[in-house]
Design a protein around this ligand. Sequence first.
Ligand SMILES: Nc1ncnc2c1ncn2[C@@H]1O[C@H](COP(=O)(O)OP(=O)(O)O)[C@@H](O)[C@H]1O
Ligand SMILES: O=C(O)C1=C[C@@H](OP(=O)(O)O)[C@@H](O)[C@H](O)C1
Ligand SMILES: [Mg+2]
Length: 211
Amino acid sequence: MYGVMEIEENMEEPGLHQPGAESVARADLTSRWPGRIVLTGFRGTGKTTVGRLLARMLGYAFLDTDQVLEERLGSTIAAFVQANGWEAFRRAERELLEELARVRRVVVATGGGAILHRDAWERLRQGGFVVWLQADGATIGRRLAADPVSAVQRPPLSSEDPEREIEEQLALRTPLYAAGSDLAVDSARLTPEAIVTLIHEQLVGRSARCS
Ligand SMILES: Nc1ncnc2c1ncn2[C@@H]1O[C@H](COP(=O)(O)OP(=O)(O)O)[C@@H](O)[C@H]1O
Ligand SMILES: O=C(O)C1=C[C@@H](OP(=O)(O)O)[C@@H](O)[C@H](O)C1
Ligand SMILES: [Mg+2]
């Protein structure tokens, strides 16, 4: 079993993950940062890639829901879904989101379908900051086709061909991503590093406005 609760305990430890030489002003700002930064968006928009970099920059822990689920389920997502179906995967995913709603000082990269769990999503969002990574269907299609983890982590969501599936699912989910997020970033035109810088600037700007 993956230790989400261990992370939660760690997060309570004062000073853990604090970057070394920070000015008092910066420390004041960071103390107002949301306890949880959550990344959402369609498959291939860069949630896992950006989340890992962002956590490093903020000095937060990083958690990718798909990686946690694969450890818990003892199987790749593709094999699990083939054996048990999408509903069973979604149940495990929803339970994990409920647990993560209690974890702080963490960047959470969610799977693209986590936004479907409306109530659990709202609880995860509370006290946190949700970033929606956007990309057009063609960019997503290219990235998914080129990414070696697609075969094990991204089994088909429907019986449509990949291009049509992306367009259909994007159309269905876009209103959910829009309603369930606090900031939208176009990942098709920016490098992961530039996206992290942009999110960081937003956090600094927002915490300065709150002071
Ligand atoms: N901003 C970006 N520009 C170009 N390629 C990217 C960008 N973000 C992610 N990628 C690439 O796209 C693929 C999917 O990224 P990943 O982080 O796994 O997305 P997600 O977690 O949203 O499914 C990977 O091969 C990754 O290197
Ligand atoms: O869009 C989806 O429903 C899914 C997205 C995947 O995560 P990424 O968005 O990280 O690829 C993974 O959770 C699973 O294959 C389901
Ligand atoms: Mg991912």
